[in-house]
Design a protein around this ligand. Structure first.
Ligand code: NAD
Length: 313
């Protein structure tokens, strides 16, 4: 199949593009390299350095005969979305609508959308959250993901577009940007390997549901094949504190470095964890990489990609 992966130069999108190529598909990557990196682009894919909002997207849909869209491109910095909601809306909502319009005109088979579990549920009423949990996003980023889920429903209802929205938990693994705002595993790994002291916001007892990127890739691959429309959480059901993440990474890194405890981030959720019952029953997905192994693999990647280290794709 001809699969368009938007955001295919980014962390998650580049792994999905690799998996699609390995499965024998033709992969077309669209990415404007705003946070993505050209080194992440698989040389076996067709690459277009284009903004998902651009007029040129029309030519790409027809010229490349797109059959499936895996939409990962996004403005994904929650703080930036608070500072500049218009920009967030432009990329995340208008960019997605542009793709949806082109998708329905092209009569594509499936639209897979990277939604979010943490930001869409807000502070949880119960743990773990299933897909029926109330949706109370408290950031423009979470609102934009929810809006796109609603547009997906509209395109399905109006035009019969088949879609899957995947509400990711906290994704971690190789290629995550260690200099970004989010991604505590990548940030801590880089700091620890450089012998620097990572900052833990608050007391470090806040919990998240950490899912390894290869498990997220597998969910996307199953979603492409799934012959129906639905919304699935992609999480492990396990809560891990920031302190526990720090301890595991410190053990893997070697030298003993103490964290710096900084002030708690304002408005930060205290607990976040997702149920995967629904996706397990529907498409037989379950997380396969335990957190200890995932952290080791991530640390190993950053060790090899330190300045002066050995580099491999
Ligand atoms: P990322 O920043 O590494 O990837 C996003 C990619 O989209 C980048 O390569 C960037 O250059 C590209 N992009 C941004 N704006 C674009 C535009 N206007 N046109 C074309 N390309 C554009 O982030 P990621 O962690 O790989 O996230 C992928 C998706 O998963 C996003 O939609 C994000 O919201 C979602 N998500 C991620 C997590 C997580 O923990 N990483 C959690 C929930 C949801």
């Amino acid at each position: 199949m001809n699969i368009l992966v938007t955001g295919g130069a980014g962390f998650i999108g580049s792994h999905i593009a690799d998996a699609c190529l390995d499965a024998g598909h033709r992969v077309i990557i669209v990415d404007n390299l705003s946070t993505g990196r050209i080194e992440n682009v698989n040389p076996r894919a067709m690459f277009h350095n284009v903004d998902i909002r651009a007029k040129e997207m029309e030519k790409i849909f027809t010229g490349e005969r797109i059959e499936v869209v895996v939409h990962q491109a996004a403005q994904m910095d929650v703080r930036k979305s608070v500072d500049d909601p218009s920009f967030d809306c432009s990329v995340n909502i208008l960019g997605s609508i542009n793709l949806l319009e082109l998708s329905r005109r092209a009569g594509i088979r499936k639209f897979v959308f990277a939604s979010t579990g943490g930001a869409i549920y807000g502070e949880q009423d119960y743990f773990p959250a299933d897909e029926a949990h109330p949706l109370r996003p408290v950031s423009p980023y979470g609102i934009s993901k929810l809006a796109v889920e609603k547009y997906l429903f509209f395109y399905h209802h109006q035009y019969g577009l088949q879609y899957i929205a995947l509400r990711y938990a906290n994704v971690y693994g190789p290629r995550q940007n260690p200099l970004g705002e989010a991604g505590v595993v990548a940030i801590f790994s880089r700091k620890l390997l450089a012998g620097e002291r990572p900052v833990i916001n608050g007391d470090g007892k806040q919990t998240r549901d950490y899912v390894f990127v290869q498990d997220v890739v597998r969910a996307n691959m199953l979603a492409i094949q799934y012959p129906a429309t639905d919304i699935f959480n992609v999480g492990t059901g396990c809560e891990t504190t920031v302190n526990e993440i720090f301890e595991s990474l410190r053990a893997a890194a070697g030298p003993r470095v103490e964290p710096i405890y900084g002030p708690a981030k304002q408005g930060e959720q205290f607990r976040s964890v997702l149920s995967h019952d629904h996706i397990r029953q529907a498409i037989d997905w379950r997380p396969e990489v335990p957190i200890g192994e995932g952290l080791q693999r991530t640390m190993e990647y950053f060790r090899q990609h330190q300045p002066g280290g050995q580099v491999s794709r």
